[in-house]
Design a protein around this ligand. Structure first.
Ligand SMILES: *[C@@H]1O[C@H](CO)[C@@H](O)[C@H](O)[C@H]1NC(C)=O
Ligand SMILES: *[C@@H]1O[C@H](CO)[C@@H](O)[C@H](O)[C@H]1NC(C)=O
Ligand SMILES: *[C@@H]1O[C@H](CO)[C@@H](O)[C@H](O)[C@H]1NC(C)=O
Ligand SMILES: [Zn+2]
Length: 470
């Protein structure tokens, strides 16, 4: 009798496992701790080919130890906040809503520059969650230092460990970079045991603007970046984290040289025949090669016709006729007319005030807009050169490395999986916490069912026994 009970119990208890799909999730239940840590570093404006005319021993060493992509294609608009929020969310700009570095209100005419926009929660929290919040919701510890979007609150939650740069911050100071790196690696990863940190460094963007991408100043800054990469990897080694920490180094966009006065005819909207600022309710101009206009009621067609074809290097689109590949059309924050200049040109309103030698913000198909992508760590292949990828792909890759369920996004893990060493048990899908929970519930239920059956059998046989005795 007892043997029969046991057999029945085992059969019932094990049936849900037998019914689980092949290649099932079971092993992951026992390998939750196999997840490695992840450090995402963005060097602002590091063009894909900046290592070609400078000695970069540390970046070269990292490529030897890890993965190097030919380049990464940023989303359009190729500027800081939109592109960084794509890194954090895996969504194109029209899907995440951080459409510009500047917050603006077309009714009040108010504009906030890059820094103040960091604190406008509703601007960032527009339907897409950055990876920090997703990781925290799934039980991981996340941190962020200076990364665009760090200051904002998303659905009531911020990245728990964070450092936002002061208002007037020197983004180029190498000593300060090292102090920040010490904090991220020594305190956040080592002492506080964080799982994921995003780290932002504001160069070589600034030298690219001020001196141009072909300047000796830019080459010198790339050497500073390279020393920093070496410093980071040494720090990681010193704290014994090399085998437990993956590093992804990438950037938000590249940089191209602006053609000089006298050599070219500048794009100055106020000088275009038939165009008048009297017809414009709100404008976002004088911000590099892209601009946006909100014409006054009934003036859209007039403004559009005046601008279209007015300069051989100015592209004029109604919002809805933007090329679909740019993914910069379908969002209520985008204004009805969008202007994009060809490489070398910028869009000026009344006066050509912008004297930058280098700019970005151009079409993301322009080679000078492509950015750096490198990765190294226990989950990456060594000495592997891979094809170009899109920046939207970095998000699903990071979620996979962290073993978390991604939010809806525009990338796909298939496009980066070849960078990773095959593993038996770990990885995003296998570590899928939701499925793990379901499995635990299922196992619990089967145990309960088995117990009830056992109680039933014992009671019945006891009653039978009582009856036969009585
Ligand atoms: C812009 O300002 C108007 C008037 O104050 C306000 O009604 C509107 O909600 C604001 N829009 C945004 C996006 O803040
Ligand atoms: C995103 O912002 C736009 C305009 O600012 C607003 O109309 C829309 O409701 C927001 N969407 C979400 C999901 O927050
Ligand atoms: C760089 O930063 C360090 C540490 O914050 C500071 O002591 C130093 O004065 C800075 N150097 C320059 C040139 O500003
Ligand atoms: Zn810039």
């Amino acid at each position: 009798m007892a043997r029969l009970c046991l057999a029945v119990l085992c059969l019932i208890a094990s049936s849900p496992c037998a019914a689980a799909p092949p290649g099932d999730e079971l092993p992951s239940v026992f390998t939750g701790s196999a997840r490695n840590k992840l450090l995402l570093i963005s060097f602002d404006g590091f063009r894909w080919d900046y290592d070609r005319d400078v000695e970069t021993p540390n970046l070269d060493k990292m490529a030897k130890d890890g993965v190097k992509a030919a380049y990464v294609t940023p989303p359009f608009l190729t500027i800081t906040s939109p592109s960084h929020f794509t890194m954090l969310s895996g969504r194109y700009v029209e899907n995440h809503g951080v459409i510009h570095n500047m917050w603006f209100n077309t009714t009040t005419q108010e504009k906030k520059q890059y820094y103040m926009t960091q604190f406008v929660d509703s601007y960032w929290d527009n339907g897409s969650l950055p990876i920090w919040i997703t990781a925290q919701r799934q039980g991981l510890k996340a941190g962020s230092l200076h990364f665009p979007g760090t200051a904002a609150t998303y659905k009531g939650e911020t990245v728990k460990v964070r450092q936002v740069e002061p208002r007037f911050y020197d983004h180029s100071n190498e000593t300060d970079w090292r102090l920040n790196i010490d904090k991220v690696i020594g305190e956040w990863f080592h002492q506080q045991d964080l799982d994921f940190v995003s780290l932002y460094i504001g160069e070589p963007d600034l030298v690219g603007h001020d001196f141009g991408p072909d300047s000796p100043e830019r080459r010198e800054m790339v050497q500073q970046v390279d020393r920093t990469v070496g410093y980071i990897r040494n720090k990681i080694q010193d704290h014994g984290l090399t085998d437990r920490l993956n590093i992804i180094i990438t950037s938000d966009h590249g940089m191209t040289t602006i053609l000089r006065d006298g050599l070219v005819k500048k794009i100055i909207l106020s000088k275009i025949p038939g165009f008048s600022f009297k017809d414009i309710k709100f404008q976002l101009l004088d911000y590099g090669p892209a601009g946006m206009l909100l014409p006054k009621e009934g003036m859209l067609e007039k403004v559009y016709q005046a601008l279209k074809g007015s300069h051989p290097h100015l592209h004029v689109y109604k919002k809805e006729e933007m090329p679909a590949r740019l993914h910069y059309s379908n969002h209520p924050r985008l204004l009805p007319i969008i202007l994009i200049a060809d490489p070398g040109y910028i869009v000026n309103g009344v006066l050509p005030l912008n004297s930058n030698k280098g700019e970005h913000g151009f079409d993301n198909e322009v080679m000078d807009m492509k950015a750096l992508f490198r990765a190294v760590g226990p989950d990456f292949h060594k000495d592997m050169m891979v094809d170009p990828l899109d920046l939207v792909e970095v998000y699903p890759l990071m979620c996979h490395l962290l073993g978390i369920n991604p939010e809806i996004n525009d990338g796909h893990l298939d496009n980066t999986k070849h960078m990773l060493v095959p593993k038996k048990n770990t990885g995003g899908e296998n570590n899928n916490p939701e499925k793990k929970n379901q499995m635990e519930v299922l196992i619990g239920l089967s145990a309960l069912m088995g117990f009830l059956v056992l109680v039933f059998i014992i009671t019945t046989s006891f009653n039978m026994w009582k009856r036969t005795r009585g």
